[in-house]
Design a protein around this ligand. Sequence first.
Ligand code: ARG
Length: 598
Amino acid sequence: MNEHEVPSLRRQVETAVSDAISQALPELAGADPVVRRSEHADFQANAALALAKRARRKPADLAASVADALRRGIGTDTDTDADTGTPVASVTVSGPGFINLVASDTALWRQVAARLASRHLGVGTPQQGRRTVVDYSGPNIAKEMHVGHLRTTIIGDCLSRVLGFLGAEVLRQNHLGDWGTQFGMLIEYLDEHPDVAWHHDELSDGTSTVSALNILYRAARAVFDADPDFADRARRRVVALQAGDEASVTRWREIVAESEFAFSEIYQRLGVLLTAADSAGESFYNPWLPEVVGELTQAGIAVESDGALCVFSAEITGPDGEPVPLMVRKTDGGFGYDTTDLATIRYRIRDLKADRILYVVDARQALHFQLIFEAARRAGWLTDDADVTHVSYGTVLGPDGRPFKTRSGDTVKLMDLLDTAVGRAREVVTEKAHDLDPAELDQIAEQAGIGAVKYADLSTSRTKDYTFDVDRMVSFSGNTGVYLQYAHTRICSILRKAGDASAPVDTTLAPHPAERALILALDAFGDTLTEVGQTLEPHRLCGYLYDLAKAFTDFYEACPVLSVAQPTRGNRVALCRLSAETLRRGLNLLGIAAPERM
Ligand code: ARG
């Protein structure tokens, strides 16, 4: 446990039930107490049902013994200021052997006070000491970022934030597609058309850098497809580039720099943490490719096949029943995506000393990563000391239920998509708030629109496809980013009216049922984050924040804050403060802004 950690009531109850099991039934010591939140009490322990068979006793009998042991612990918790002692006020057994537990009023308020006093809201650091590589975004140079890059960028960024908050040492890695045959074509085209404007500082007509690069790419592609002589010259350029020809390399660097500038515009707008320092594109691994191939060949893992060098899987066969290969060296002697990813995993384990590597890449690359992980194990690079996971995700669909495309059938550009969302958010915000000055409206529309896109992405279960529906995303009601942002602004407004109110929490008050429900919701923040860190599923955090916002609404409807006398008022203001801080922190971990007004 960490110094600023405040264990949740649920975990305290788990400990109490575990202790009671050890006392009442020493032979079952260490068994999972199976504690859940409950509708009938605050918590329910279902251990008796799970353990009855092993103990050869009726679940109800077992439950009664554990309940007795729990009750013996209760009388001892008389000191209301103590932060030790059982948090349980009463225990009953119901049904076939459910143990229902009610938390003590004091314990509930104690949690609120402790979380408010902690810089970290009492959340522990269970990921402490894990060096975690998060590979995300990875757009391809000289192509515009499109809707396909949205999910990896948003999900990867959220996981980086959550794991970092939980104490992991996060190494963000942007595996840019900055190497490959398309560069021959681009460089040759630029050399033959010196007048084309494609640098961001040459453009003053409102064309964004991303679009300019895209136009360049398309123009070069058109000549490449139409003119076989040009195509030949382009292919010779690839060879020259890979051989280190100075003029070609200089051009390549320019193109990469220009693309990275364009990506950084998107990253800034999306509010993701990626910077140029996180870029380790495919080209970064070039110097190691021959060595990696040599190592695999010597170990007998990579073998000659029809003039190419392949690693054949020992685990996976293709539709033809043959082992599936990774292409380590092509027949023309070149190295590709597979070779680069082999060098990458070796580098991350051997040089970056990663304990855990997350590849946030779409589900269609599942086989590729299975093969890479298998080869890395066989090569001895990947051992049980490191965890590797392909964090895969589903597709963004259009209104027709097919992968999202523009009306003309093109891929949707990320910038256009963000503009649309911000435009709709502006309309929705304008309807709601009339007193915003134009600059403030601009900013809030941007925060709401971007937040809406990110939240829609993060709140659906990662592995599922989802439909991109702007109207639903920017709605003020339902499980949306805008709803949560708005909930946060409402609490901020209550706190502004309350003035400075950091009165100590009075732990002797009996909480109203709506206060109780809100406290239990607030208390579960750290447990939820821990779960997200294990399952790598951001939608659990979204669901949690949505439930928290609803619990706050119920509380505020049932419990007046500003019009009641002390000490009730102080406790309620404390609940408002903790709710605002938890929502703000939760949104921050999703990578979503939490404005104070909207
Ligand atoms: N550039 C790749 C793509 O657009 C994604 C890179 C993912 N990371 C990796 N290590 N392969 O598909």
